[in-house]
Design a protein around this ligand. Sequence first.
Ligand code: UD1
Length: 417
Amino acid sequence: MSELCIRGGNRLMGNVVINGAKNAAVAILPATILVDGVSTIENLPNIDDVIILNKAIQSLGATTQFLDEHTLEIDASTLNNTSALDECISKMRASYYLIGALVGRFGRAKVAMPGGCDFGGRPIDQHIKGFEAMGATVKIEKNMIEVTAKQLVGARIYLDVVSVGATINIMLAAVLAQGTTIIENSAKEPHIVDVANFLNKMGANIKGAGTNVIRVRGVEKLHSGRYTTVPDQIEAGTYMIAAAITGGDVYVRNIIPEHMESVSYKMREMGIGIEEGDDYIRVFSNGRLKSTNVKTLPYPGFPTDLQPQMSVLLSVADGESVMIEGVFENRFQYIDQLKETGAIIRVEGNKAIIQGVDVLKPATLKATDLRAGAAMILAGLKSEGGETVIHNIKYIDRGYEQVEKKLSALGAQIYRQ
Ligand code: UD1
């Protein structure tokens, strides 16, 4: 199994181009199941999660073909199987979108229970509440969820927690349902807007995506079309932090700067230079960072998917910072790994109290999940006096395209072995 090796200390300089958003891609691919025709999706990131979902959709009977590295054509008109029970699928969080899409188009779905990164309990009760409100019957058996409905009927659904997954999944189930579905207290993440834009382009009638009330008026059928995935907010944030932690000067390109506002704001507070253009952000720093406090929240708050990376940045800021995890019950499992690099962090419940140090030291680390893996890379970039080795990089490959190539091009000493 391969690992990443990093010799830190280099300032990152130059340009990095951000790929399409993982969390949009892993929802849009299942959403193509709703289309009785051909969907051509551009700007897909070339990452393991996309490859797994492509195979899952093929095994359901769709014909798919990569037109190039980032463009996938999916003909779901031939799709006829409604069971997705493969072991690969159960390792992914986004497999839950197969449920909404399959039940939305065929009135039945049998899908392996979703897995994904372990941040404590990750229930799907709000997804189920939505399906049931629309008239579906939900059965959960060992490691499998089965949803059936003679006819899904639009309903008014209030989400008890702001959930990205439940918002998108209910939207998928509602697109071809009879009547109008209203999702209240919906999540507002950029990828929710992106999934709605994709569905609307194919003929759906969704209004309000990006606000906390989404209205989906059921339509008879979705038609063929072409769509381009939104840039990845989390990949962009990770490279912004990489530039800052190395005292570098990097143009993070092909992004929507508005999506990065919570991150840019915190970085400015830390004394980091941020310059915004139409589709890029320049991040520059002399390496001296001020401490600050951060709380993760649903969008437009600071993203939980950048919490581990930001915690590494705070580990080398001047003074004490507090990081509060406001979305998941347990997303500090990586802190023990980070401490191996000399970071001084104390976890109290959902709070990490971080005492800044000047520099981190090389260590042998393991990625405990996708974004924690990115955080370990950042720690390696800031370490001095030897080589940091990161194991378990399969997690990183699930969500970052060519991470070592992109960092090498910016001047980092990083390679895979
Ligand atoms: C998605 C993202 C993940 C990101 C997260 C929050 C994908 C594939 N994954 O995960 O990268 O970290 O959004 O931005 O897009 N909850 C419930 N009941 C539910 C659903 C959620 O209690 O039915 C809780 C969760 O435990 C969590 C909170 O709601 O505490 C938010 O979770 P949610 O937004 O649903 O996250 P995911 O869709 O799992």
